[in-house]
Unconditional design. Structure first.
Length: 144
């Protein structure tokens, strides 16, 4: 079974209709069927919550709908990747070296830790992380 480290740009597409949501829905179906394993650092929970908050403020969804979607996300029970102190420091070093947000660097470090492919819908992260760890853009995810 293939394991992906998914970042918030992928997980958000499980919950909101955006470009590539169809690919994310297909991935989620594979996860539910047990044909792929999805993992992320705990940071993803905070980023997804923030994404839903932004969607409310931009009047894309109502607050009660955001709560329902966030509850759905929490029930997914994605695998969690725990980093140790040294790995958090290494993420900061890579963040500075690559001019990437620390948040994104944590996903890269989680991918390196597990030797799993980082799956992202973020063009910038895709470009920067591809030389550091195996990375796949959501648009390039093979069809089921």
């Amino acid at each position: 079974m293939i394991t992906y480290i998914v970042d918030a740009s992928v997980v958000a597409r499980f919950l909101l209709t955006e470009e590539l949501s169809d690919k994310a829905t297909s991935l989620l179906k594979s996860f539910h069927e047990g044909t792929v394993e999805l993992k992320a650092p705990c940071l993803v929970t905070f980023e997804v919550g923030n994404t839903l908050w932004k969607a409310i403020n931009q009047k894309l969804i109502e607050a009660d709908e955001a709560l329902e979607r966030f509850s759905h996300f929490l029930k997914l029970r994605l695998g969690t990747v725990e980093l140790d102190d040294q790995e958090y420091l290494e993420a900061l070093v890579w963040s500075v070296r690559s001019d990437t947000t620390y948040y994104d660097s944590v996903y890269v470090r989680a991918s390196k830790k597990l030797g799993a492919t980082l799956l992202t819908a973020d063009d910038e992260l895709y470009k920067k992380s591809s030389n550091e760890t195996p990375t796949l853009h959501l648009r390039d995810l093979p069809s089921r």
